[in-house]
Design a protein around this ligand. Structure first.
Ligand code: RRO
Length: 304
């Protein structure tokens, strides 16, 4: 018998627990050249702000031995153009669309949420309180659980859509953060964003990206993200979406075992766009081999 890969998060039914992470799939414009996007559990689009943003100057991406560093700086077309130019095509994918939202202020986040509320084809919002590459907003809301909760309560007033919150990686007290934030009206945690990092060109003695520091992603993140998901799982009554350095099915399986209800594939999309599809097949194979009827049996099954 084929195992059941389907899950439900915040009332959203997904065929399987494999999503693509924000910023690694754009607005889905060219990914359907590689595969039928409707095989995915869900798509998270690049963070959208109230007004268009140009992003940071080049160079804004560099490779490092264990992954890559980016400083895109929230480049996006703004909520109005997103709705007019991108949503009509995205909703035809017949896959849940999660829109990542960003603001420089509480009111900006809330305004973006308001404009996305009730739009056909949008299943949830992922509140990005963890972008490491901007001077205002983003990470400044993610450093402390009280500030983050106030932001969520503000956004909650403007939308009936389920809210995922994407956390930063550097939290002193993960359990304390989760305990407070889960009372704010959110529906799921996305753990985690990139880690502030840098790289240097020693010939020129210059940073490899224009903003000096950026966000590290890729394989280096996996052990850190796993530990965060595991700690969050101990105290969370909400589902956890695990993300960080997932390059193959085996990486993804580790996240389910430590408590993730779903996962997101990020940097791996740049290396091999087929990764999410291969991961779905790999998870299915593992469940068959281990005689498990459902992915849900695996979640939080770590033996200590
Ligand atoms: O655009 C970015 O520079 C960016 C964002 Br919004 C984010 O959430 N995480 C990241 O590594 N880069």
């Amino acid at each position: 018998m084929r195992p059941d890969l389907s899950i439900e998060i915040a009332g959203i039914r997904m065929k399987n627990p494999v999503m693509v992470a924000s910023g690694t799939f754009g607005y889905g414009d060219c990914m359907d050249e590689f595969y039928d996007v409707s095989v995915l559990g869900a798509v998270v689009v690049k963070s959208i702000s109230l007004y268009p943003m140009e992003g940071n100057p080049q160079p804004r991406i560099c490779e490092v031995p264990c992954g890559m560093i980016n400083s895109i700086g929230l480049q996006n077309i703004g909520v109005e153009r997103f709705l007019k130019e991108k949503m009509p095509r995205l909703k035809r994918f017949s896959v849940p669309i999660v829109v990542s939202i960003f603001g420089k202020t509480k009111n900006e986040y809330a305004e973006v949420a308001k404009r996305l509320n009730g739009v056909e084809g949008i299943s949830a919002l992922e509140v990005n309180i963890s972008c490491p590459n901007i001077e205002k907003g983003g990470i400044h809301f993610g450093n402390d659980p009280i500030t983050a909760s106030e932001l969520i309560e503000h956004i909650r007033k403007e939308t009936r859509l389920p809210l995922f919150v994407k956390l930063p990686p550097v939290l002193g007290d993960v359990k304390g953060f989760i305990r407070i934030l889960q009372e704010s009206g959110i529906d799921a945690f996305t753990i985690m964003n990139t880690i502030p990092a840098m790289a240097v060109d020693i010939k020129r003695r210059k940073p490899l990206i224009s903003t000096v520091t950026g966000g590290l992603s890729g394989p280096a993140l996996k052990p850190i993200a796993l530990r965060m998901v595991w700690e969050a799982f101990q105290v969370s009554r909400l589902p956890i979406i695990g993300v960080g350095g997932i390059m193959n099915a085996s990486d993804a399986l580790e996240f389910f075992v430590v408590g993730a209800a779903a996962i997101q594939v990020g940097t791996a999309n740049f290396l091999n766009p087929m990764t999410p599809v291969e991961i779905i097949e790999g998870i299915r194979g593992y469940l068959i081999e281990n005689k498990m009827g459902s992915i849900r049996e695996l979640v939080g099954s770590l033996k200590i």
